[in-house]
Design a protein around this ligand. Structure first.
Ligand SMILES: [Zn+2]
Length: 319
């Protein structure tokens, strides 16, 4: 996890709001942090949880380095409970919520407040959400429940309405790129990395960014060759099918979008119409990401359809 003292500009307004609420002792007992995946919703939940337990003075909390902060980050702080989907079921189940409720009703072990983080909250199944409602309606004194969700609409309205919403506005691409440059290598083309992995800055820090850029460039070169009819679709599909299928699809989607934009800008209606037809096979190919089907075959079909776009399309770089 990113250190709790890391400045994350798009979270700063929420941090200020939460700090003020704590200082004035009017923090809601139930919060719903909504943020797109990888934009720091869960990090903010840990930041808040640690600020209740940190050993530093109020204005320096959370420090991220004292024993209490470290225990929160490591999920070892007994007054800070974290609820996640059970591995196999991919959902948060009612028995987990019941255990959590029982734990919350006990007196805190330490001097801090009892905190529970539920993330991602949209994974609560129906029974679990219903069980959680009771806790939301009759909270244990002093406890704080923090729900984190990238898809809050999937939560029952009754759960949503009982929480104070902390909305994280999606950062602009420019601010994400600036932030990534400040956090690590500023020679990396972060725009391209984000194009492939999505607007997911925290994940961007974890991946091999240089390898992603290389993969993107190599994919684009192959697509250009497919278009000019010089790509060996079978061999390429064979290689791509073995590794990084999802990333290849993301590269293709981004490339297609760029091409469509160029066509619209240069009023090439016919080519645009042919490019539009690629969207459907790409969408279909995306659905196979997690399936055990033969990826090489799917890619081969896809590359043939790119081939059919043919000549007359704008070449790369001609804007
Ligand atoms: Zn601390």
């Amino acid at each position: 996890m990113l250190p709790l003292t890391t400045p994350i500009p798009w979270l700063a307004p929420a941090q200020a709001q939460l700090r003020e609420a704590i200082a004035q002792d009017r923090l809601s007992h139930a919060l719903l942090i909504t943020a797109s995946p990888g934009q720091g919703g869960e990090w903010l939940a840990y930041w808040l949880a640690a600020s209740f337990h940190c050993e530093q003075t109020l204005e320096h909390r959370p420090c991220g380095s004292c024993r209490s902060c470290r225990r929160v980050i490591a999920d070892e702080q007994p007054d800070c409970l974290v609820l996640r989907p059970i591995e196999e079921s991919k959902e948060i189940r009612v028995d987990q919520v019941r255990d959590l409720t029982a734990e919350l009703s006990l007196t805190a072990y330490g001097a801090g407040r009892k905190v529970a983080i539920v993330s991602p909250a949209e994974k609560l199944n129906r029974a679990a959400a219903n069980a959680l409602l009771k806790t939301l309606e009759e909270p244990t004194r002093g406890s704080v429940l923090i729900l984190v969700s990238g898809e809050a609409k999937r939560l029952p309205p009754t759960v949503q309405s009982r929480c104070t919403r902390i909305r994280i506005a999606p950062p602009t691409e420019t601010s994400l790129v600036q932030w990534l440059q400040s956090q690590c290598d500023d020679s990396i083309d972060w725009r391209r990395v984000l194009a492939v992995i999505g607007a997911n800055p925290l994940a961007a820090l974890e991946v091999d960014a240089a390898a992603i850029v290389a993969l993107y460039d190599e994919t684009v070169r192959s697509l250009e060759r497919a278009r000019s009819g010089t790509l060996d679709a079978i061999e390429t599909a064979e290689i791509w099918g073995k590794d990084a299928y999802g990333l290849r699809i993301a590269c293709m989607e981004h490339w297609l979008l760029q091409q469509l934009r160029q066509c619209v800008a240069t009023d090439q209606k016919e080519v645009a119409a042919r490019l539009f037809e690629l969207q459907e096979p790409l969408r279909e190919a995306r659905q196979w990401i997690d399936s055990p089907i033969n990826k090489s075959l799917a890619l081969e079909r896809l590359l043939w359809s790119f081939n059919s776009v043919g000549a007359g399309a704008p070449s790369r770089g001609r804007a």
